[in-house]
Design a binder for this molecule. Structure first.
Ligand SMILES: [Zn+2]
Length: 127
């Protein structure tokens, strides 16, 4: 059965949506930058209006490299946000993971992992 999905929330404050294609990622996503990203598809809300639904949340040390690895996939759109450090990317990933419903509503199979044993706990669920 299809999972319930959340539409994009402007509180994520991400760049996008952009097409998840090789050309688009190469053009708009910076290389060598730490950050978080969302993968999404288009659909209709319960009221019949068009919306972008978030299906996967990730973080990485190189946004362009990682997003190119996701091409081609069934996701059509991406959002991304640059962050200064791996720890800030982890904390952002936790927020986005919970904002979009965690494993119940995302394709993510597990909670975001800490970058290191001394990383802070998840700011939302304290895991
Ligand atoms: Zn959490």
């Amino acid at each position: 059965m299809a999972k319930p999905r959340y539409p994009y929330n402007p509180q994520s404050k991400m760049n996008g949506p952009y097409a998840l294609t090789r050309d688009s990622v190469s053009r708009v996503v910076p290389s060598g930058k730490i950050g978080t990203y969302l993968l999404a598809t288009c659909g209709k809300t319960m009221f019949g209006t068009d919306a972008v639904f978030i299906e996967y949340v990730g973080r990485c040390l190189d946004l362009r490299d990682r997003l190119l690895e996701h091409v081609p996939e069934r996701y059509l759109l991406l959002y991304f946000k640059e962050l200064a450090t791996e720890t800030s990317a982890y904390l952002s990933e936790c927020e986005e993971y919970h904002r979009y419903g965690g494993t119940t509503c995302l394709d993510n199979e597990v909670h975001p992992g800490k970058p290191s044993i001394v990383s802070p706990r998840c700011p939302v669920c304290s895991q």
